[in-house]
Each structure stands twice: as C-alpha cells, then as structure tokens.
Design a protein around this ligand. Sequence first.
Ligand SMILES: [Zn+2]
Length: 442
Amino acid sequence: MSYSAAPDEPSPARAVRGHLVTVVDDPDTAGEGALVEHPDGVILIEHGRISAVGDHGALADRIPPGTPVDDHRGRIVSAGFVDTHTHYPQTGIVGAHGTQLIDWLDTYAFPAELAFTDAEHAAAVARVFFDTILRAGTTTALSFGTSSASSVDAFFAESLRRGTRMIAGKVLMDRHAPAGLLDTAESGAADTEALIARWHGVGRNGYAVTPRFAPTSTPAQLAVAGELLARHPGVLLHTHLSENLAEIAWVRELFPDSDGYLDVYDRAGLVGDRSVFAHGVHLTDAELARMSHAGAAIAHCPTSNLFLGSGLFSLRRAADAGVRVALGTDIGGGTSFSMLRTMGAAYEIAQLDGVSLDAPRLLYLATLGGGRALGLGDRIGSLEVGKEADLAVLDPEATELLAYRSARTSSLEELLFVLGTLADDRATAATYVAGHPAYLRD
Ligand SMILES: [Zn+2]
C-alpha cells in the first residue's frame, strides 16, 4: 500500500474508469432515480473536479490525448465517504472495555485528550487518523479536536498536506472535566476566533464551533458558542445531543429551567441549519419537530450507540419528522473507521425498529446525505459534473468470502448491500482526494 500527499500544483487531468455507482438525491424522496450507475463508466477530472462522467463508450473521445486513465474495471467507483461525527484524538482508545458514556469519558477519553497539548503528539495521531480514514475510503470528516488549540492546528495542517475537505473545531469545555482540559468562556472564544482566522477556508478546511456537550459547558460558555456561530456565517456547530439516559438526567439537573436537552442548546442560539448533533438517540417528538423546523442534522453513530450501550436510534422517527440524518463513526466510542461497517450497523439497528434500509438509502447516508448534513452537498458526496473529485474505489473481491458472495449477487443493489454487510477497509482499492490518488492498496 502507499500514501501520497497532494501535489502543490492543481492535479493535471486524469480519468478514472470503472463501475461507477452514485446516489444523486435522497432515495426516500427521489425514488428509483436516485441511484445512478455506469457499469463501464469513466470520470474525467480536471483541476480536482469532475468535468465529465458517464459511459466510457460515450466519453472516450473526450479524454484529452495523454491523459492518464486509471483502470478500475471490475471495481465499484463511488463518491468518497463522509463521516459526519468523529474524534480524531481518540484514535488510540478505540475498543476500550467496560464503561458507558460518562464513565467512558472519565476513564478513557479525557486522559487520552490531555496529551494533545503536545504538538508533536497531536501531529503523530493526526497522521495515523488520516492514513486510517483514507484507507477506509473516507474523504471528508467532521471531527472534534480536544480543548487544546494545538490539536486543531495538527488536524488542519495534516488535512492541508493531504488536500482533503475536512471540518473540525476546538472543544469548548469549562466544567466537569480534568483541570488540564478546561478552558473558560473567554479563553475558549479567543482560541476559537484565532483558529477560525487561521484555518477556516484555508485549503479545503472548514471550522465547526464545538462545545463538547451541555454538561461540560456553563450557560455562559454555551452563550458564547452561540455568538461565535452567529458571527461566522460559514462555520458549523458540532456537538453531542441525547446520547445516553444518565447523560440526559444530568442535563436536566444542570439546566432545571430548560425544557429538555435540545432546549439547552436552543436557548444559546445553537439550533439551526448549520448545526450537526451527534446521536439524538432519545429525542422526544417535540425535539425532533424542532430540529426539523430549524433544519438541524443528526449524525447517527450506530457502532458507538451499540458499543457504549447508549440505545437504539430510530431513523424512522427522524425521517418521519423530516430531520436530516447522516452517518458517523464516533471514533473512539464507535468501533470501526469504515463507513461500510457503519452502514451495516445502521441496517442492523433499523431492523430492530422494524425497518429494512435498502442499499441506495445506506449509500446515500454515507455519501451525499453526509455532504448535505455538513452544508457541502453542492461540492461532495456524489459523482456529478462540477463536484470535487473525492472517490472511493471498492473491490468486491477483496477477501475470499467477499469474492465468493459477490459472485452470487444478481443485482447492483444486492452487491452494494453485501459490501455494507461483509466489507471493511480491506475493500478499498484506492481513494482519490481532489482527483489525486491519496491511497492505493496495491
Ligand atoms: Zn462523539
């Protein structure tokens, strides 16, 4: 395998040939037309963007002479995956035994995050994280940093080097955590302002104002977060919401005047169409209705909800309420960096809710649905002209079992579904970032 950094110059023209598969709209509303495939297709890439996409037979003449053509015939070429909730600083504590949310934070997450005041440590973990997600075909992530600004500097510097489209932010946390992780309302705001000035819109990086969750911020800090969000129209709001029952009870204790968990954020001006809330497992109907009205999005993190015993998210209830939903890995509470594994876990949780998600819906949640949740639906998430050429190339013969099973599928939808059930990062044959090969398995 090999990794390479993005070139300093815009990528030269390149063509990628293979079995193109993409979802260009929400299958729930657009129906069968949402899933588009070209069994022998080609993507022409110029200056990092898709300039043409379609059947190879129809487009071969348009490929300029001398253009390199990467031949992935027999493999599925998809838009790169979008992970709408993760914590890169928790890469080293994935799969930690024995606790649920609040204990898990104290026992594993906070000690790991304390180390990120060391810029070299932060840079080293960022490198591992980027290597790992690119190997899984993920080209965009919305990630927490730690409360240390150096954690965010390391993440965005690595993203700039790789040319990836990434969103992250410094954790705002001024109570209920180890002293070494606490900021204040004032210092958190100053650090956030400085990081936005340093990184937002630099390369393909974007910023998210990131209070950890209601229990670790004073009302004063949440109010400051709302002011930051209002002052910077291009940045997102990224936090946790209604993940675990003990957490919800704690929020009720800490904010007795609020009308529930979402209302704590709402009163601070944090619930809007640039807001991404991780989990939302235990939301009330009124909270879902409020989120729908505000245009806020939920990052559903199925492997994390299972691993931490948080509960079973109902995609059906969120969809019925008209709330936008996408998928997140929630590393290190989640158990896999692979969005294919995450699609499989989302399917399993929906099964317990009486719903059988089909392959186009799962692929939408992991690609364009994620892009839309992050306000990037016009730039990433599907194979369409004008979009940024972030691609995941998937090999249906990556393992002996996958090859055996794939050979016994009779439709594209069945093949995609089997990938979501059986495949993981071993199925990523290549990952392209802005048209540049960022990971090649072979
Ligand atoms: Zn999380």
